[in-house]
Design a protein. Structure first.
Lengths: 510, 354
C-alpha cells in the first residue's frame, strides 16, 4: 500500500493521552505566577531622551508632520465630561498650529458605575486603549496603586505652568491626592462639583399666599431667605407643597446605582460631627454604626413622605427629568448639572441654593456636603507620542480661552483664577453662587480613594437601598452590617489592624 | 480447476463477513480517521477558547488575585500559615530580569471556596436564584404548553401566523432592550402602566422599588420573554407525534386524556424536557435582565447569583474569588447539563430496552 492511501490514524487512547498532556500543561501554566512587570517595561520615559521628555509635552517640532489618534474614556450621561470632546476640534487646531501635528479624538463612554470596569482591564493589560480618562475621585487609589496612571507631580515637575493654584484644599484632596494625607498628586482637576438644592421659585411664589393662609408663615422666596433654611425648616414647606398641582415636594437620590444613595445621605452623617470611616486608622466599626448616624438614617428615610413615588430609585438622570418636567418643586442635585436642571425654558423660574444645613440634637446646625466632580488621569502605558499629545491637551485645556469656553458650556471652575473669571461677574448662572459657597474650605467632603472603593460602595449601597425600600427597617442593624462587612474587607486588605469585633460577626440587617 | 475450492462454503462466508466487520470496528475505533481530521480546526478552537480558559479559571480560583494587585497572584491561604509551595525554576526568560517559575501549591489553597461557603450574601443570592428559576420555568412551561396546544389545535384559525409572530417577538428582542422597555413601562411617574392604574382610580405602584413588587415584576418580564420559547418547544414536541398514530387514536375514539397519555406524551416528552432543561440552565444564568431593571435592588431583593458574580469580577476586579464562584456555578450548570443529557439518552435507552 502506498503512503498516499494510508490514513493518518491516532487511536483514541493516544488522543486522550495527548489531550491530558495539553490540559496538564495548561493547568500548570494557570497555576504559574505571572511575570512581575519589568520596571519601565512600557509607558513614557521619565528621563529626558534624545527627543525630549514626553511628560513635558511637545518640545519644538519633534512631533511635526505626525498624525496621532487620541482615545478618551468619559462618563456617559454626565454632560461635564462630554464637553472637552465637543471642544476637541479647538485642540486639534491648537496642536497643528503650535506643534505641527495632526490629532484626532476617539471617545468611549460608559455610565458612572461601568466606566471603571471598562478601563481597568485594559490598564491591567498595560494597554493604551484609553490615553486620557475622566476618573471619578474615588478611583484615584484604584488607578494609582497598581501603577496604571501617570503621577501628576511628575508632569508638574517639568511643566510647572500646569500646577495651578486651586480655589480651596478640597480640590487637591478630592481630585489629586492619593493616599489621603500624603503630598502625592495623581489627578489633574477636570470638573469640580458640589451639592445643592434646586428650587422652582415660580411655584413657591404662586403658593406663597395660600401657604401663609394655611400655616400663618411667610413663604421664603429669595436666595438669601431660602439659604438660611435647614432641612428641618424646609419640612413644613415640603409638607404643604407635596401633592399640590400633581407635583412632589422634593426629590432626593436614593438609587442603588453607583454612589447615589451614599452621596445624598452622607451630609446627614457629617452633620452629626461623625463620618463614615476613620481614614487615620482605617476603622469603620465604631465610626459609621453610631446611634447618632442611625438616627440620621431614620430621619433621611422619613423625608420620603415628601417625595414622588419610586424615590428609592432616584438617580442623577431621573431627578433632572422630574425637575424639568415639573414633577417636583425642589430637588437635591449636583450643581455641575445646573445647565440641565435649569434649561432656557426654566430660567428665571428656578434657582439653586447650597445644600441646606441639617439640625442635629445637641450639635450645631451644619452642612458638609459630599464632593462630586472628576479629575483627568493619564494612562501610564501611553507611548511617547501619545504622552506628549496628552500633556499638550492639558496645556490647552487649562488655557484661559479653553476654560472660558468650558464654563460657557456649563462647566465649573476649580482654580482661584477660574472662579474670578469675568464670565461669572454680573449675571452668573444660578448654580454658580451655591457652588462657590459649597467649595469653600470645610463645606464639602469626599470619601475613600482606596482601591477597594468598588467593594466598599457595593456593600453600603445594597444595605442603604434595602433600608430605603423597607426591606430592612432597623437603621442601627443596617449600619452595623455595613460597618462589619467593610471592616472585614479593610482588615483583609491590610488597611486596618482592627478585626471585626465578635459581636458584629455575622450581623445581618433587619 | 475445481469449482469446489473456488466457491466458499457458508461457514467460510460467515467467517469472512465477521472478519470484515472486525476490521470495520477496528477502523472505526481509530479516532483520527479522515472525517475526524476535518473536525480538527474546530477542536483546536474549542481547546483554545473553551478548555484552556476553563483550566485557567480553575487555576485562578485557588489564588487571592485582583486585577489591581501590583504583584503576582498569591495563593489563597486558609487561616494560619501559608500553604507550602513547590517552585519549579525553568530556563524561560520572561523579562530582562526574570525567569519563569512554575509555582504549584503542594495542597490546593481553598480559602476562596471556604469564604464562599461562609458567605451568607452569596447563599442568599443562590436561594433567590433557585426561587427565580423554579417559578419562572414552571410558569413558562404551563403557559407555553397551554398556548402550544391552542395553536396546534387551531391550524385553520384566521391570523394564526400573525398571532404566532407577535407571540414570539419577546423572545427575539435583546434582553437588555426588553428590560429597559419594561423599566420605562413600570416607572411610577412616567410609566404607562401606572398611568393606566391611576386613570382607573388605583394607587401608584412602585413596581421596581417596592420590596414586595420588585421580584414578581422582574419575574413577570422573564416569563413574558421566554414563554414563547416553551410554546415553540411544545409545538415542536407536538409536531413529532406521527399523524398515523393520532388518526388511529381518532378511529379508536380515544378520550383526549388517553390520547395525551398514550400517543402524544411518549413522542413529545423528549423535546419538551429538552426545552425545560434549556430554560432552567438559561434562567439560572439570568444577569442582563436584573442588571438593567433593578441592579439587584431594591436592597438585594432581585440580586441573582449571576449579577453578584458580575459585580465581584468586573466591579471589584476580584479575579481569584470570582473565579472560585464561577467554578461553583459551572459545576451547577454541569449538573443541569447532566440531567439534560440523561433525558436525551433516555429515549435511546428506552428504545434499546424496548
Amino acid at each position: 500500500m502506498s503512503m498516499k492511501n494510508k490514513p493518518i490514524q491516532l487511536s483514541r487512547r493516544q488522543f486522550l493521552r495527548g489531550s491530558a498532556l495539553i490540559m496538564g500543561a495548561g493547568l500548570v501554566s494557570a497555576c504559574a505566577a505571572p511575570a512581575t512587570p519589568a520596571p519601565q517595561a512600557s509607558g513614557p520615559s521619565t528621563a529626558p531622551s534624545g527627543t525630549g521628555n514626553p511628560l513635558a509635552g511637545t518640545q519644538g517640532n519633534e512631533m511635526a508632520g505626525k498624525t496621532i489618534e487620541m482615545s478618551f474614556a468619559v462618563i456617559a450621561g454626565w454632560p461635564p465630561s462630554q464637553a472637552p470632546i465637543e471642544l476637541f476640534p479647538d485642540f486639534a487646531a491648537f496642536a497643528k498650529e503650535k506643534y505641527g501635528y495632526t490629532v484626532t479624538a476617539r471617545k468611549t463612554e460608559a455610565p458612572f458605575g461601568e466606566l471603571f470596569q471598562k478601563i481597568a482591564p485594559t490598564l491591567a493589560a498595560k494597554s493604551q486603549e484609553y490615553n486620557i480618562m475622566v476618573s471619578d475621585s474615588q478611583w484615584l487609589g484604584a488607578l494609582a496603586e497598581p501603577g496604571w496612571i501617570v503621577r501628576a507631580d511628575d508632569v508638574y515637575a517639568v511643566v510647572p505652568e500646569l500646577d495651578i493654584e486651586p480655589f480651596s484644599s478640597l480640590v487637591r484632596n478630592t481630585y489629586q491626592i492619593y493616599p489621603d494625607g500624603s503630598n502625592q498628586r495623581w489627578g489633574f482637576p477636570q470638573m469640580p462639583d458640589t451639592q445643592g438644592l434646586f428650587v422652582r421659585i415660580d411655584i413657591l411664589e404662586k403658593e406663597a399666599e395660600n401657604y401663609k393662609r394655611e400655616t400663618g408663615n411667610e413663604m421664603p422666596l429669595t436666595y438669601e431667605d431660602l439659604s438660611k433654611l435647614t432641612v428641618q425648616q424646609w419640612e413644613p414647606i415640603w409638607k404643604y407643597l407635596n401633592g399640590k398641582n400633581g407635583m412632589g415636594a422634593v426629590a432626593i437620590q436614593q438609587s442603588k446605582e453607583y454612589d447615589f444613595f451614599s452621596c445624598a445621605f452622607h451630609p446627614y452623617v457629617y452633620a452629626t460631627g461623625g463620618d463614615i470611616w476613620d481614614p487615620a486608622t482605617g476603622n469603620v466599626v465604631g465610626v459609621l454604626n453610631t446611634d447618632a448616624n442611625a438616627k440620621m438614617l431614620e430621619y433621611f428615610r422619613s423625608l420620603q413622605q415628601y417625595q414622588p413615588a419610586g424615590s428609592q430609585d432616584f438617580g442623577i438622570g431621573s431627578v433632572i427629568d422630574l425637575f424639568v418636567q415639573e414633577k417636583v418643586v425642589t430637588a437635591f442635585q449636583w450643581l455641575a448639572v445646573g445647565l440641565f436642571m435649569i434649561p432656557p425654558e426654566l430660567q428665571g423660574k428656578a434657582i439653586a441654593i447650597p445644600h441646606p444645613k441639617i439640625e442635629f440634637e445637641g450639635g450645631p446646625e451644619e452642612v458638609i456636603g459630599a464632593m462630586g466632580g472628576q479629575p483627568w488621569v493619564l494612562n501610564k502605558f501611553n507611548d511617547d507620542d501619545r504622552t506628549r499629545a496628552a500633556v499638550d491637551f492639558l496645556k490647552w485645556w487649562y488655557t484661559d480661552e479653553t476654560q472660558r469656553k468650558f464654563l460657557a458650556k456649563g462647566g465649573l471652575p476649580w482654580s482661584k483664577k477660574g472662579i474670578e473669571n469675568p464670565l461669572f461677574e454680573g449675571a452668573p448662572p444660578p448654580w454658580f453662587k451655591p457652588f462657590v459657597y459649597m467649595l469653600e474650605e470645610g463645606r464639602s467632603r469626599d470619601f475613600w480613594h482606596l482601591p477597594e472603593y468598588a467593594e466598599l460602595l457595593a456593600i453600603q449601597q445594597e444595605a442603604y437601598n434595602g433600608y430605603a425600600a423597607r426591606q430592612f427597617n432597623d437603621a442601627k442593624s443596617v449600619l452595623d452590617s455595613i460597618a462589619a462587612k467593610q471592616q472585614a474587607l479593610l482588615f483583609e486588605k491590610g488597611r486596618t489592624s482592627t478585626p471585626v469585633p465578635d459581636a458584629l460577626k455575622n450581623v445581618q440587617p433587619k | 480447476m475445481s469449482t469446489n475450492t473456488a466457491i466458499p462454503t457458508v461457514a467460510e462466508r460467515n467467517e469472512q463477513a465477521l472478519s470484515a466487520e472486525r476490521k470495520s470496528v477496528i477502523r472505526k475505533s481509530k479516532f483520527f480517521s479522515f472525517p475526524t481530521l476535518l473536525l480538527t480546526p474546530i477542536l483546536v478552537l474549542f481547546v483554545l477558547l473553551n478548555v484552556i480558559p476553563t483550566i485557567w479559571l480553575i487555576g485562578f480560583s485557588f489564588y487571592r488575585y485582583s486585577l489591581q494587585s501590583p504583584d503576582a497572584p498569591r495563593p489563597a491561604c486558609v487561616d494560619g500559615p501559608c500553604i507550602p509551595l513547590i517552585v519549579i525554576p525553568t530556563n524561560i526568560q520572561i523579562s530582562p530580569t526574570r525567569q519563569l517559575e512554575i509555582i504549584i501549591p503542594s495542597v490546593p489553597p481553598i480559602d476562596n471556596y471556604i469564604k464562599i461557603f461562609n458567605d451568607a450574601d452569596i447563599w442568599g443570592s443562590f436561594g433567590r436564584t433557585l426561587t427565580f428559576v423554579i417559578l419562572a420555568v414552571t410558569i413558562q412551561v404551563i403557559l407555553g404548553v397551554l398556548l402550544g396546544f391552542l395553536f396546534w389545535g387551531s391550524a385553520r384559525m384566521p391570523g394564526r401566523r400573525l398571532a404566532l409572530t407577535l407571540l414570539f417577538t419577546p423572545m427575539v428582542i435583546t434582553p437588555v432592550a426588553s428590560a429597559l422597555f419594561w423599566r420605562l413601562l413600570y416607572d411610577p411617574t412616567f410609566g404607562a402602566i401606572n398611568f393606566l392604574i391611576t386613570t382607573f382610580g388605583g394607587q401608584t405602584i412602585n413596581f421596581l422599588t417596592n420590596n414586595e413588587w420588585a421580584f414578581p415584576a422582574v419575574l413577570f418580564v422573564d416569563i413574558w420573554m421566554w414563554t414563547p420559547f416553551m410554546i415553540l418547544m411544545t409545538l415542536a414536541a407536538l409536531g413529532s407525534v406521527p399523524k398515523a398514530e393520532l388518526e388511529a387514536a381518532e378511529v379508536d375514539r380515544m378520550s383526549w386524556w388517553r390520547k395525551l397519555r398514550f400517543v402524544i406524551w411518549p413522542h413529545g416528552k423528549f423535546i419538551l424536557m429538552l426545552g425545560i432543561l434549556l430554560r432552567t440552565i438559561d434562567a439560572f444564568k439570568t444577569t442582563d435582565l436584573v442588571l438593567t431593571m433593578t441592579r439587584g435592588g431594591p436592597g438585594n431583593i432581585t440580586d441573582l447569583i449571576g449579577l453578584r458574580l458580575y459585580r465581584y469580577a468586573f466591579a471589584s476586579l476580584n479575579i481569584g474569588f470570582s473565579s472560585a464562584l464561577a467554578v461553583l456555578l459551572l459545576i451547577t450548570a454541569i449538573a443541569f447539563t447532566s440531567i439534560y443529557l440523561w433525558v436525551l439518552n433516555a429515549r435511546r435507552r428506552s428504545e434499546e430496552e424496548g
